[in-house]
Design a binder for this molecule. Structure first.
Ligand SMILES: Cc1ncc(COP(=O)(O)O)c(C=O)c1O
Length: 367
């Protein structure tokens, strides 16, 4: 599995697109006919079934709807289709991706309010409950699971419990967690969650998907504020025989099929989570030993991506980035306003030994 050198000049330690296996990249190398069963049935429908099986212990209650474009397209399709004109959305926001949901809601003219926090603060389920009690007209709640802005892991279990007890529809942006952090949509009662091909499933970029409770999506006909991003219509068309409404990104879809095979071969989401946790542990222990500090308390931190504070006021991230990249590792700039940070991802075809090699490189750079 340790196969990307020398055919890739560097490892991507980013939140995606991320480093993929040679098997996934090889899967791109043939063409497919979008009319025939060898593509529609054997690849598209197969992927949809496998995604719901990974997502939920009652997979028949869910359907996977694949959408052309990046992850944001699927978030927009989901919000714009799930929330009816008579509905009201609560957006839990503690980072750039929560903020993007608010921008989408604004552009689409959705009726929404925010529960806004700072980027280093985790949302509180009790506060969500208070907001729901104070605003009984709220019908839907949207939250980000792993806020990739900082790497914070938001408390999905406690918030899902409150939202479901209140009888509201729950929408989760699980873009950077699905496939890498185990959760059971059935058990948590999640109605919709969103991820994309190029995150923890370890495919290549080009499409995203929404895993929706059939019962919830079935009531969404005519809700969409966009023709192309109509999740309901996409579902109805795709469900007939696996044919996408508009041009399907065939090569990327075939690569995701291969990525799912590799996820199964690794031992499923639990095994992948264990690898990511070990990547993260090696990275953070080593960085602390070198003298770097993490932005977040350990209790808030996900094993997906970590924000490190600049070690001193004269730290030149651009120069550091260029030198580390020249040695084969791509880091990621910080994205928050409160502190000077950079980020290191540990998802993708990346192993603890890669982290050790990265640490050797960083140790030898006079930052
Ligand atoms: C949590 C989260 N939501 C949404 C997105 C947006 O996805 P994309 O950049 O693929 O549109 C990202 C991207 O990294 C993300 O991490």
């Amino acid at each position: 599995m340790y196969d990307y050198i020398p055919d890739n000049p560097y490892i991507l330690l980013t939140p995606g697109p991320l480093s993929t296996s040679k098997g996934v990249r090889n899967a791109l190398l043939r063409d497919w006919c979008t009319w025939d069963a060898d593509y529609n049935e054997e690849i598209v429908q197969n992927i949809r079934r496998r995604l719901t099986s990974i997502a939920a212990s009652t997979p028949d209650d869910y359907t996977a709807v694949l959408i052309q474009g990046s992850g944001s397209f699927a978030v927009e399709a989901c919000l714009g289709t799930a929330v009816p004109r008579s509905g009201k959305l609560l957006i839990v926001r503690n980072g750039a991706y929560g903020e993007r949901m608010s921008e989408m809601a604004q552009v689409m003219g959705l009726n929404f309010i925010e529960y806004a926090l700072s980027e280093t603060e985790a949302p509180d389920a009790v506060r969500v409950s208070e907001i729901l009690v104070a605003n009984p007209d709220i019908t839907h709640v949207a939250m980000v699971h792993c806020e990739t802005t900082t790497g914070i892991l938001n408390p999905l279990v406690s918030i899902a419990g409150i939202v479901k007890d209140s009888g509201k529809i729950l929408i989760v942006d699980a873009m950077s967690s699905f496939g890498g952090i185990p959760f059971d949509a059935s058990e948590l009662g999640i109605d919709y969650f969103i991820s994309s091909a190029n995150k923890c499933i370890q495919g290549v970029p080009g499409f995203a998907f929404v895993i929706a409770k059939r019962e919830a999506l079935a009531g969404c006909k005519g809700n969409a504020r966009s023709l192309c991003l109509d999740l309901y219509d996409q579902w109805r068309a795709m469900d007939k025989c696996g044919k996408w409404r508009y041009t399907s990104p065939t090569h990327v879809v075939r690569a995701l099929y291969q990525a799912l095979d590799e996820l199964e071969a690794e031992g499923g989401v639990t095994a992948r989570y264990a690898r990511y946790c070990e990547n993260h542990r090696v990275l953070v222990d080593g960085m602390k030993e070198i003298g770097f500090r993490t932005l977040l308390d350990d209790a808030l931190q996900s094993p997906i991506i970590t924000s490190f504070l600049y070690p001193h006021v004269d730290f030149d991230f651009t120069a550091f980035y260029i030198r580390v990249k020249a040695k084969g590792f791509v880091l990621y700039p910080g994205k928050i306003s409160q502190a000077d940070t950079f980020r290191v991802g540990d998802i993708g075809e990346v192993y603890p030994d890669d982290m050790r090699r990265l640490l050797d490189v960083i140790r030898n750079i006079d930052a």
